[in-house]
Structure formats: C-alpha cells, structure tokens
Design a protein around this ligand. Structure first.
Ligand code: SF4
Length: 694
C-alpha cells in the first residue's frame, strides 16, 4: 500500500497521534503517501519525531477502511451500503423522530479528539443548535476532564501553563503519573536533554518507568507510591514545604487569595498529613518525601509534568488542584522553566475541550448558564440555546439503560473499547434506537450501530489541531477524502438533513467563526498560522502573536486560589478475593485502543497486550514468563500473557490496552472522579491466576 519512488509534492501538516503535535512534511506521489518527514520548522518538535508519527501511517491506505456509508434497521441485520444522502437522511429522520417522540434531551453526541478544532466545533454546534440540548461530551471525559476542572478552579483556565521550550530552563522537574518516554516521546527527548544538562528529576509513579533509571540518566528521587494515593503524597510534600518555611511568601502575598492560602497552609500543616504519618498510606518512606519536597521548593526553577496517572482516579480533580497548590506555594508559576503542565494524550484533546465539547461549557470554557455568552452565541447562531448543562457520556449511557436516552452520534471514538465497564457500555448501546458511528474503521462500537459514516484521516482534510502546550498547528489536506467527504462536511450534511441551513465552504470559514465567538482565539486565522507556523492561545488583541507562558502577570482568574485537598481513599479496595492492584498505561509503538497503529507495521514491536507482574507475585501463583493468565476483577475477567518484571512493586500489576482481544476495560470499574466523572482506570483490585488453572 506504500507508494514507491520519488515524491512529486509535499504538504506540511501535523501528526494525528499524541498531544505533542509534531509537524511533518507529508511527501506524496499522486494520491499516495510516500513518507512522513519531521519538519525542522515545527515548533513543537523542531525536526524530531517518534516511531508513531514517522512510520505508523499505513492505516490511511489500509483495506479495512470503510469508504461507503452503511445503514441497517436493527443491529442484528447485515449492513447495507448506501450513498451519502441516504445515510445522512436515515440518521436525520431517526434523530428527529426520537426528538419528536421522547423530547430533545433523548439524543446527544460525542466529539472526537482525533478530529480538527473546526470539526469538533461543528459537532458541538450541531448538538446545541440542531439537537437542541447540551448533551455533548468528548474523550476528555475519560482522560483529562480533571485537568480542566482543577486548573480552572485554581488558576482560572483549563490548560497547561507553559510551552515545551520552557523545560530547557527548568532546574527541577517533577514527573507525576506520566510516562513521557512512551506517551509523549518527542517531548520526553527534550526533557531528557535537560536532565543530561544537569536538571534534577523527581518521579512519582507506582512503576519504575524509564525516567527513573534509564540510559544515561537517573532520577534524583523515585517516589513509588501505591496506586490511588497521589493526594496523600502531594499533601505530605506541601506539609514539608509549609512547616519547614520553604514557601515563596512574596509570590503568595502578591498573587494569591490570602484567606484561602491561610486556610490551606493551616490544613496541610496538620501532623496527621505529614510524610511520617502518611507513610503507611502512600508506601513511600517519609525521608524520601521530605527530600523530594525540599528539592522541589528550593532547587531553582521547578516544573511539574503530569499525565493520566494523575487524572484517572476518584480524586483526579483533587490531585490536579494539589499540584497547582504546590506550584503556587513555591512561586513556581508564570515564567519559563516552571509551571503546571498536563501532558495531554490525544492529538487534539486540548482543542476538543477548547471548542466546547463539554456539556456545561460553550467554546472557550464559558458556562452554558452564563447569560452574556449565551446571548452572544444565540445572536451569532440564530437559535435559542439551552442554559442547562447537558448529560456527560456516563450519564447518557445510564439514561440509555433507563430508556430515557435513545440516540447518539459518535465521531471518532470507540467507546465500547475505550470506556470503563465494557458490559455496561454495550448494554447502553444495545438499548438505543439509533447509534451513528462516524469513523475510519468498523470498530467495536460499530457492532451496535445502525448508521456507519466513513471518516477521513488527517491527510484528507484541512483544519487545525491544538497540542498540549496550547499550540494551534495547521492540518493540511494532502489527498482527497477517500470516502468523498471530509468529516466537517459529513457533520454539516447531517445538521442540514435535520433542518439546519449551514453553508460552510471550507474549514477556514469555520475558524473565522471560532475566532469571532471565542475571545482566546480572536486573533487566530489561517493567514496568521501560515505566517507564524503556529500560535499558542490566548491569541487576541492583547497577545497578537500568542501566549507561550500563561499567568505571567496575574492569574486568569485574578488571584490564584489554594484549595484544600483532603485525601479520601478510593472505594476500590484489595482483599482476599482481589489482592492485587491493576494500573494501566501505553507503550511507545502503539496508540490508545490501537485502531490506527494496529493497522501498521508498528505491530511488529507490540503484537499483544501483556500483564506485568512482579516475580514474587508470579511465583506465588505458579506463573512463568509468557504464561497465559486470567485477570479477574469485581467487574469482569480477561486473559492475556504475563511478563515478569520488577518495574512493578509486589502487589501491583500493569497492562496496556491497545488490543481489542485483551479488552482490559472489561475489568475496570465504575468508580470515577468526584468532580468530572473521569473513570478510575488506574486503580482496580484484581486477582491473577493461570488461565488453565482452578
Ligand atoms: Fe506524533 Fe506524538 Fe510521536 Fe510527535 S511524539 S510524532 S506527535 S506520536
């Protein structure tokens, strides 16, 4: 499927995998991609790339791609190929019928973090203006929704504070709940370069990830905490910083709310929250916690990078706020080399959130109850808008099982594989009158769909992605949409079939509308992106060339808000039946549920998900390397091969979730973050035994 020979043209575009957002030249021969060459001018990657962006693009031409729309009356019937008009008309008629019969709240949709800003903006606009409700959600619900909540509450905006360049000025780097080597490889290279130049590293992670002791580097401190105890650990670090007088009193006095700080400082100073008192909770020796806290507070510029090991917990939002508290208490925010930096997972999860993919927020993180924003949007869009927050995805699924939610449009998201408690997700999908899946492949979710709308890959469309540092990068069309329509055209077609009268002719017009209704994007245009290469929001009259470092002169919310972060143990407990804790993560060569990477040569590096288990735990169960084992939780069971590894501590097991035959999420639970419903993927009590054992 790979074109051979000399390319006849090249298009500069953006990688469609992770939140680093590397720029590439897509070198084409006719309508075939010859190779992806990392682009030296790309500000996120500066000519570097990883094994996914550089090589894992064969899925674009893969024979599994569905290129013709399909419909069926019932999910037990075979698919019937139809043209675009019939498919969109079928979906529109059913959605309208559900609205008429069951009310406007009975339908909703999911935007895709794999799609462009322009495409996600259109999906949420369709739901708000045509469906008539705020029942819109996105994959951030299962990954970084706590980042949105936690950073907006403490700092005032739902995004990381720094650009990637900032790491080059960090003296101390705290990596918590992230494995950049596998998850964000190009940024990891920049981080390691800084470590080799002398910066010191603290890693807080249950696993001994590469950064702890990899080639040519060694973390100054590894805090191998028990899964689920982030808040206890971070509060213990805050205890040390406050009680040993290591706070930045000038920063706090000038930049933060005084009363909230005083309450927080009194709280974290309590004896029972210190490292010694919480050693039994976190499992981390108190002296290590003290040493790490002292280094973070006094070692110079200190930057925090975190990932899903922070957010995917029942206290995910609390943990994000605990991180922001640490940064504010030590004055490590608002200048290069410091900050609070979520390593966003998907290529455009930041953008999907920015574009209003949450049921409570319009584009630009403005609450749907905010009258002035709603009035402005009603004027721009010409229809009344609901002031009531809509349903989150888990609530849509619950309501489907109750019979009150009947139809869903899902763009670029395989919720039957990626969301927790698979049995509950599939029961909800089966209960609906209409499931519309808009995707590249017949994924697991499509097994329960009535309409399949073929999606277009990143090479087939124009638009923008926003990476983890708020950088808006251009995505440029290198080839015609293989199914005939780009994703934004499909959404426009569905909206129009339901009665809208949209006339967008190109994604540039959609970006102009985004800029017109979203203050942080007011200065963004394709002209600017072509001139500058990329831009970091906010980009407007106050910052016409964008904003690499946020909160430099003051927090977006005015003064920084310290929030009391009380540790509450997860409800997921180990016991005699389920004595081990399972945590999950990704591997370098594969991506999420593997829909794309599994259809590339990258499978040569990782052909199956395996269960990492400590040799001590394996021996107790008679398990040898590569044995097939059964992984059981209170929710379900699956089988996979074992890998004996001291990367995990005794009592902890770990797996990836890239292959559908493993179905790691059949064992994960319904436990979720208290504020955002983000699932607690990182803590599941399990038992492991030989698959052919008793
Ligand atoms: Fe793509 Fe991320 Fe790899 Fe860059 S680091 S090439 S954005 S997968």
């Amino acid at each position: 499927v790979i074109a051979q020979g000399t390319p006849d043209r090249a298009v500069v575009t953006t990688c469609a995998y992770c939140g680093v957002g590397c720029s590439f030249r897509a070198e084409m021969k006719g309508d075939r991609l010859v190779r992806m060459v990392p682009w030296k001018e790309g500000k996120a990657n500066r000519g570097h790339s990883c094994v996914k962006g550089r090589f894992a693009w064969g899925y674009v031409h893969h024979p599994d791609r569905i290129l013709t729309p399909m419909i069926r009356e019932r999910i037990d019937q075979p698919w019937r190929e139809v043209n675009w008009d019939e498919a969109l008309g079928f979906a529109a008629a059913r959605l309208n019928a559900i609205k008429d019969t069951h009310g406007v709240d009975a339908i909703g949709g999911i935007t895709s973090s794999r799609c462009t800003n322009e495409e996600t903006f259109l999906v949420q606009k369709m739901i708000r203006t045509v469906f008539g409700n705020n029942n819109v959600d996105t994959c951030a619900r299962v990954c970084h929704a706590p980042t949105g909540y936690g950073l907006k509450t403490t700092l005032g905006t739902s995004a990381g504070t720094q650009d990637f360049d900032s790491v080059e000025q960090a003296d101390v780097i705290l990596v918590i709940g992230a494995n950049p080597t596998d998850g964000h490889p190009v940024f990891a290279s920049r981080l390691k370069k800084r470590l080799r130049a002398g910066a010191r590293l603290i890693v807080a992670d249950p696993r001994r990830i590469d950064l702890v002791r990899g080639p040519h580097l060694r973390a100054t401190h590894h805090l191998p905490l028990r899964p689920g105890t982030n808040v206890a650990l971070l509060t213990a670090m805050a205890h040390v910083i406050v009680t040993e007088g290591l706070t930045d009193t000038t920063f706090i006095a000038e930049r933060c709310e005084a009363d909230a700080y005083a309450e927080w400082a009194a709280f974290v100073a309590l004896d029972h929250l210190g490292p010694e008192a919480t050693e039994g909770v976190t499992g981390v020796p108190a002296q290590q916690v003290r040493a790490a806290a002292r280094l973070y507070a006094t070692g110079g510029n200190a930057a925090i990078y975190y990932g899903l090991g922070v957010t995917e917990h029942s206290q995910g939002s609390t943990t994000v706020m605990a991180i922001a508290n640490l940064a504010m208490a030590t004055g490590n925010i608002g200048r290069p080399g410091v900050g609070v930096n979520p390593l966003r997972g998907q290529n455009n999860v930041q953008g999907a959130c920015d574009m209003g993919s949450f049921p409570h927020e319009f584009p630009g993180y403005r609450h749907v109850g905010d009258t002035s924003t709603r009035t402005m949007l009603e004027s721009a869009w010409g229809v009344p808008l609901s002031a009531e927050p809509g349903l989150r995805l888990p609530n849509m699924l619950d309501a489907a099982c109750d019979g009150s939610f009947r139809g869903i449009y899902i763009q670029g998201e395989d919720i039957a594989q990626s969301d927790p408690n698979t049995a509950h997700v599939t029961a909800a999908l089966k209960a609906m009158d209409l499931v519309v899946v808009h995707d590249l492949f017949l994924n697991e979710t499509a097994s329960y769909a009535h309409v399949f709308l073929p999606g277009s890959s990143f090479l087939e469309k124009d638009g923008t992605f926003t990476n983890a540092e708020r950088r808006i990068n251009r995505v440029r069309r290198a080839m015609a949409p293989r199914a005939g329509l780009a994703d934004w055209q499909v959404t426009q077609g569905l909206a129009n079939a339901m009665g809208a009268g949209w006339t967008y002719g190109h994604p540039e017009e959609i970006m102009a509308e985004i800029a017109a209704v979203t203050p942080a994007f007011a200065g963004v245009s394709y002209d600017l992106l072509d001139r500058q290469g990329s831009v970091q929001w906010p980009c407007n009259a106050a910052a016409p060339e964008g904003t690499p470092v946020m909160h430099a002169d003051g927090f977006v919310r005015g003064k920084g808000l310290f929030v009391i972060t009380d540790y509450v143990a997860t409800e997921e407990r180990t016991g005699p039946r389920f004595p081990l804790l399972l945590t999950t993560g990704r591997i370098l060569s594969q991506y999420n549920v593997g829909a794309q990477t599994r259809r590339t040569a990258n499978c040569a590096w990782h052909g199956e998900d395996r269960l990492e288990i400590h040799p001590h735990d394996a021996e107790q169960r008679g398990i040898d390397e590569a044995d097939l084992v059964k992984l059981t939780s209170r929710t379900g069971e699956t089988t996979l091969r074992a890998t004996l590894s001291e990367r995990v501590a005794p009592g902890v097991v770990y797996t990836t979730f890239h292959h559908p035959d493993t179905q790691a999420n059949v064992v994960t639970t319904d436990n979720a973050d208290w504020a955002t419903s983000c699932p607690e993927y990182k803590v599941t009590a399990v038992q492991v035994g030989l698959a052919n054992g008793p």
